[in-house]
Every structure is written in structure tokens, then in C-alpha cells.
Design a protein around this ligand. Structure first.
Ligand SMILES: C[S@@+](CC[C@H](N)C(=O)[O-])C[C@H]1O[C@@H](n2cnc3c(N)ncnc32)[C@H](O)[C@@H]1O
Length: 340
């Protein structure tokens, strides 16, 4: 193989000159021997260039170079010649990374490739575990079935988000990393000394994001005993400015027994939060705010519902937004409203 031998203190200069002339063979590795550097070439430099660089005491040599072994850089590279690249793009969009765990979607017709895809995802993400979604999110506690594809079959992990740490078991509780921005948005609206209710707290991501940054009194309620268990652990795992009071049970019963006058209520149960709007209104002081979520095609639907439930109280709609897509045409819609 043809190369250029140069003293090591001149090597960088010469390498740049050769690069500018597109003469370096980039498939081969530059090698160093004693005080010399050997640069692999595609062609010999022409006479003119050799004249230019000969002051650096360069020499054309025939020598061996190692080949660059380029590792795959993307999931597409890992699955090259195995899976249709369009399918790889689809799978990538479905990726959720929760701590050490990757959760992805594989259409049923590609079942035979599931372990190939799982192993590629494991290598590509450098996480410890890969699961495949095998059901929708369902039931009162909002969990889904998962099939183990690659890595360790360990479903408990710690997820990091804007400085918060959330311990959870992906098989036993609801958690979506796709709500990170929404949690940050809500947390940024909070003032010190507020009394807050997180009606469907899960493992506590909204509650913890808020209480890490504000001196508040926050009642975090969930009906799922596993979510409640992790909620309590997460309260200890994070350094909080405020106080979180974890409560296990049905939110209607818990709030009825507390008779709170909250400044702010978070209602992140978009499939059925509408059934709990009455309870929220009863626990919200005049001028208090709700952050209400509903699966809907347009924001007018949840807004109308809030206005009708609040009546005769007045409603000031502060913000409406599409938080994330649920299915074609249907959004996880968010409404912030002040109720007088
Ligand atoms: C969509 S998850 C949201 C969890 C959390 N807010 C988050 O963002 O990760 C809804 C949660 O509501 C809880 N839940 C459902 N019905 C409930 C009820 N009647 N009372 C209290 N919690 C309830 C479920 O157990 C689940 O953890």
C-alpha cells in the first residue's frame, strides 16, 4: 500500500495539505512508528505538490496499513440488509427510552424479525433492556403488556428528567417520557406557598418536578398501590423544596375526606379525567387553576366541558395545547383554566 512517511512534528501540517488535495485513503488508519507518521494515500502526490512539501522531509513508501473498522452509527446501519429501511424508520419513531429500558413497537407482520430488531436496538441505544409493546395502555391503572426482546428482563429502572429522578417498574405503573416538556411547563407556572393536588399522580413525575423547584404543599394521589410505592420512594430520591403528601386511593374518596381548598389541580388522566371534573371544582379555591387533559380532536371539546362543569363559576381559559398525538386526528389535549 502506498503511503507518505513524515516526521511526527510535521505530520499534522502535511495531513491537512494531503486532505485538501483529497489524497488520503480514509478507509485506512494512519500509523505511527517511532518518530515517524505514515499517512495512507490513494495516489502519489504530483511533482508540483512534492516540490511544495519536500522541505518537510517527506518520503513516499510502500507499507501496510490497517483498515478502519467503522462501527454502525445508526439503527439503520445495525439492521442493514436485514430489515426494510422504511420499517426501521417507523420503529425508531416508536422508541421510548425510560432509564435503562427501551420500549418499542414492531408491527405484527414483522414478528419474525423481533429479536433481530430487539438486539439491534439494545446495541444502538446502549441500554440494558428492550421490550416490545404488545397491548394498548389499558385499565384503571393505565399499564400495558410488554414482551421481552433483548438484554436483561428487568423492568425496574431509574429515569432522569430535567434533574429529577424517577424510579419505576415499566410493567406495573404508567410512565411516559414524552410528557417531560409538559411537566416542565406546568412546574414553571407554579408559585411558592401554593396548595396543589396531583389527582392522578402515578409515580409522581408532575409532583416531583414541581416540589423540587417550589416551596409548595402538594397532595399526590393514586389508586395503583405500585405507583404509590414508587411515589413514596421518589419523594425520598429527590431533594425537594416543597412537601409532597403521597396518598393511596380513589381520588374522589381521598379528596372528599380532606376538604381541601387548592390553588392548583393537575388532572393527567386524559381518558377519563372528565368524570372527576366535579370533584376538582369542589376542591379548587376561587381564582385557582386546573391543568386538565383529555383525548380529543379539538380543544373546544375539553374547554366546553370545563365551562359546563364549573357553571355558575366563571372560567378563564389560560392556555390550550396539543401535548402529544394519541392516534390519527386525536390528541392528548391540555387546557389550563382559572376558575372563579
Ligand atoms: C395517565 S396516568 C398519569 C400518571 C402521572 N400523572 C404521570 O404523568 O406519569 C394516570 C394515573 O391515574 C391513576 N388513577 C386512575 N384512576 C384513578 C382514581 N380514580 N383515583 C386515583 N388515581 C387514579 C392510575 O393508577 C395512573 O397511575
Amino acid at each position: 500500500m502506498i503511503g507518505l512517511k513524515v516526521q511526527k512534528n510535521n505530520a499534522d501540517k502535511i495531513r491537512r495539505v494531503l486532505l485538501n488535495h483529497s489524497l488520503i485513503n480514509l478507509d485506512l488508519k494512519i500509523k505511527r512508528v517511532d518518530d515517524f507518521v505514515y499517512i495512507p494515500l490513494i495516489f502519489k502526490p504530483n511533482k508540483k505538490l512534492m516540490e511544495e512539501i519536500k522541505v518537510y522531509d517527506v518520503k513516499i513508501v510502500n507499507t501496510e496499513f490497517e483498515i478502519h473498522t467503522k462501527g454502525p452509527k445508526s439503527l439503520k446501519d445495525y439492521l442493514k440488509n436485514k430489515i426494510d429501511p422504511d420499517l426501521v424508520e417507523e420503529i425508531k419513531k416508536s422508541f421510548d427510552i425510560i432509564g435503562d429500558i427501551v420500549i418499542l413497537e414492531i408491527p405484527e407482520e414483522f414478528d419474525e424479525y423481533k429479536y433481530t430488531i430487539g438486539n439491534a436496538a439494545l446495541k444502538f441505544t446502549k441500554r440494558k433492556t428492550v421490550y416490545r409493546k404488545t397491548s394498548e395502555i389499558k385499565g384503571v391503572i393505565r399499564t400495558r403488556e410488554l414482551e421481552h426482546l433483548a438484554g436483561e428482563d428487568v423492568s425496574e429502572t431509574i429515569h432522569r428528567e430535567f434533574g429529577s429522578r424517577f424510579k419505576l417498574d415499566v410493567k406495573k405503573v404508567y410512565f411516559s417520557p414524552r410528557l417531560a416538556t409538559e411537566r416542565k411547563r406546568i412546574s414553571d407556572l407554579v408559585n411558592n406557598n401554593e396548595t396543589i393536588v396531583d389527582m392522578f399522580a402515578g409515580i409522581g413525575p408532575f409532583s416531583i418536578s414541581i416540589a423540587r423547584n417550589h416551596k409548595v404543599n402538594l397532595y399526590a394521589i393514586d389508586i395503583n398501590p405500585d405507583a404509590y410505592k414508587y411515589l413514596k420512594e421518589n419523594v425520598k430520591l429527590n431533594k425537594l423544596e416543597g412537601t409532597i403528601i403521597p396518598l393511596l386511593g380513589d381520588v374522589n374518596e381521598v379528596l372528599n375526606s380532606l376538604s381541601l381548598e387548592a390553588d392548583r389541580i393537575i388532572m393527567n388522566l386524559p381518558g377519563s379525567a372528565k368524570n372527576f371534573l366535579d370533584t376538582a371544582m369542589n376542591s379548587l379555591k376561587s381564582g385557582g387553576e386546573i391543568h386538565y387533559y383529555e383525548f380529543a380532536s379539538e380543544y373546544q371539546v375539553p374547554v366546553k366541558r370545563i365551562i359546563e362543569t364549573a357553571y355558575p363559576r366563571k372560567v378563564e381559559v389560560l392556555n390550550t395545547r396539543k401535548v402529544k398525538s394519541k392516534s390519527p386526528g386525536i390528541w392528548h389535549m391540555g387546557v389550563d383554566a382559572r376558575i372563579y
